[in-house]
Write a protein that binds this ligand. Structure first.
Ligand SMILES: Nc1ncnc2c1ncn2[C@@H]1O[C@H](COP(=O)(O)OP(=O)(O)O)[C@@H](O)[C@H]1O
Ligand SMILES: [Mg+2]
Length: 243
C-alpha cells in the first residue's frame, strides 16, 4: 500500500534520513521504532509532504505521491497525527471532529447532513468521547486529547493512518486502552503506521516493524525477526527493552 524508496532528508549538514526503503502492506499495523532523533517523525513528514524528501520517492497504492501538497495527500486517503497532539483547544470535542469531516466532504460532496451527523456520532462513540462532546478540547486530559486527535483523523476517512507517538505521556491504563483502539481502527479497514518510542509496546501490537537509528534503517521485519536481529540487539543492548 505504501512504498518508501531510497528516501533521504538533509537539514543543512545533518542527515536526518539516509536512503531508507520499506513497504507497508494493506491492513497491517506497522511500527516505526528507534531512539530519539533517529528520524521517525522526519519519515512521516516526508510521506505526508509536510516537507518533501531531499532524495527518493514515496508511492501510495502504486501512485507516486512524492512532493504532493499535504491536502492532496489527505484527499488520497493518508492522514497523520503529530507528535505533540494537535486539537483545536477552543472548540468543543464535537466541533473538533467536524473539522476533520471537511476533507471528507470534498471527497464525497453528495453526503447529506444527516449522514455527516451520524458519522460524527459514530466517531465520538468509537473513540470513547460521546459523553465529553460538548467539552472544550483544552479541558480534556492528555489521554482524551490524543483520542480526539485520532477521532479528527478518522473523520477524514483515511485508508492509511500515521500516528506519531500517540502513547507519549499516557499512563499504563491509557496506553492499554489506546492499544485496543488501534486494533479496532485496523479492523475498520484502516492501515496503521505507528511511531512508538517503546520497543516493548510495539512488539505486542505490530505485525511488522521498521527500526531506525541515526537516520538509517537497521532492520525491518516481524517482531520475532526484530527481536533476533543482531543490529537491533546491539542498538538496544543493555536497555532491557528486548526482554
Ligand atoms: N525541521 C527540521 N529542521 C532541522 N532539523 C530537523 C528538523 N526536523 C528534524 N530535524 C532533525 O532531524 C533529526 C531527526 O529528527 P526526528 O525525525 O524528529 O527524530 P525522531 O522523531 O526519531 O525522534 C534530529 O537530529 C532533528 O533535530
Ligand atoms: Mg519524533
Amino acid at each position: 500500500m505504501l512504498e518508501v524508496k531510497n528516501v533521504s532528508r538533509f537539514f543543512k549538514g545533518l542527515k536526518a534520513l539516509q536512503d531508507v526503503s520499506f513497504t507497508v502492506n494493506e491492513n497491517e499495523i506497522f511500527g516505526v521504532i528507534g531512539p530519539n532523533g533517529a528520524g521517525k517523525s522526519t519519515m512521516f513528514n516526508c510521506i505526508t509532504c509536510y516537507f518533501p524528501p531531499s532524495l527518493g520517492n514515496v508511492y501510495f497504492n502504486g501512485k507516486e505521491i512524492t512532493g504532493l501538497a499535504p491536502h492532496e495527500i489527505t484527499q488520497l486517503g493518508i492522514t497523520r497525527t503529530f507528535q505533540h497532539t494537535q486539537v483545536f483547544p477552543e472548540l468543543t470535542v464535537r466541533n473538533n471532529i467536524i473539522t476533520g469531516q471537511y476533507v471528507m466532504k470534498h471527497k464525497d460532496p453528495s453526503r447529506t447532513q444527516e449522514a455527516l451527523d451520524a458519522n460524527v456520532e459514530e466517531i465520538l462513540a468509537f473513540v470513547g468521547l460521546s459523553d465529553l462532546q460538548e467539552s472544550l478540547a483544552k479541558n480534556l486530559s492528555l489521554g482524551h486529547q490524543t483520542r480526539l486527535a485520532i477521532g479528527i483523523a478518522l473523520a477524514t476517512e483515511p485508508k492509511l493512518l500515521l500516528l506519531d507517538e500517540p502513547a507519549a505521556g499516557m499512563n499504563p491504563e491509557e496506553t492499554k486502552q489506546l492499544t485496543i483502539l488501534l486494533r479496532q481502527i485496523r479492523d475498520r479497514g484502516v492501515t496503521v503506521v505507528l511511531i512508538e518510542h517503546d520497543m516493548k509496546a510495539v512488539m505486542g501490537l505490530c505485525e511488522r516493524i521498521l527500526v531506525l537509528e541515526y537516520g538509517q534503517k537497521i532492520a525491518e521485519g516481524t517482531p520475532q525477526e526484530i527481536r533476533e536481529n543482531p543490529k537491533v540487539i546491539e542498538a538496544y543492548l543493555g536497555s532491557g527493552d528486548l526482554a
